[in-house]
Design a protein around this ligand. Structure first.
Ligand code: PGA
Length: 254
């Protein structure tokens, strides 16, 4: 099969404070994306800045994602946002089940429903999984397998082309250091095996797997090449336009 394009997804979380700063980050990011050859880039700002990504006129293919969605497409759910309305304004990617949302109580069942709605609406689902503790005995492996299986329980074989898995070991998020690339590689192999048990080897091998957790322009090349992942889910470095631009450049050159 042809090798997959790399994918870098910026998760802005609840940043920045102003639309002016959001515009600056978008402008700088678009400039960096313009010269890429083999890397897809998605910016996931807070909902309120979505339009700034879409309206910043430029031909660069910076795609728009968001960081959450509701489990139901529409109805009486005050304060929530449904998948069809996201699709309608031009969102193509949705991060689902980030550990920060799971820590607020989001369950595998909700992640599964959200993923279904996102795919049903024609967008791509970035489903986040990862263990909280990485002990030496591998006690995290079975729960991680369960988390993956449960989170994907509503995604059929024919929809896997709209699926990306973001593997994010919880302790490595917002930390000083990323996971050791050699361990990332072990985990990538494990996740591929779980996916291939669910969907069969051919379908599973088309799913892009990202690593997330303290990725930056310095560690990105090793995480991707040694870790065997197809890209990165990036928090802090994605709202630091100079670091993010450098990351895109080095990753595209791999
Ligand atoms: P970080 O966040 O890159 O700031 O560690 C990653 C994430 O939460 O997706």
């Amino acid at each position: 099969m042809p090798s997959k394009r790399k994918l870098i997804v910026g998760n802005w979380k609840v940043n920045p404070d102003s639309a002016a700063e959001a515009k600056r980050i978008i402008k700088e990011t678009k400039k960096a994306v313009a010269s890429l050859k083999r890397t897809d880039v998605v910016a996931c700002p807070p909902y309120v800045y979505s339009n700034l990504v879409l309206s910043a006129k430029s031909k660069t293919p910076l795609e728009l994602g968001v960081q959450n969605v509701w489990t139901e497409p529409r109805g009486s759910f005050t304060g929530e946002i449904g998948a069809p309305m996201l699709r309608d304004i031009g969102v193509s990617w949705v991060i689902i089940g980030h550990s920060e949302r799971r820590a607020m109580g989001e369950t595998d069942e909700q992640v599964a429903k959200k993923s279904f709605e996102v795919i049903e609406a024609g967008m791509n689902a970035i489903v986040c999984v990862g263990e909280k503790v990485h002990d030496a005995q591998g006690a995290y492996l079975d729960p991680l397998k369960e988390q993956i299986r449960n989170s994907l329980s509503k995604i059929s074989k024919k929809s896997v082309k709209q699926l990306v898995i973001a593997y994010e070991p919880v302790w490595a998020i917002g930390a000083k250091d990323a996971m050791d690339p050699a361990v990332v590689q072990e985990m990538t192999i494990f996740i591929k095996k779980v996916l291939s048990d669910i969907y069969g080897q051919d379908e599973a091998s088309s799913v892009r797997i990202l690593y997330g957790g303290s990725a930056n322009f310095r560690n990105a090349p090793e995480i991707i090449t040694k870790g065997g992942v197809d890209g990165l889910l990036v928090g802090r470095e994605s709202v630091n336009p100079s670091g993010f631009a450098e990351m895109l450049k080095v990753v595209d050159a791999l």
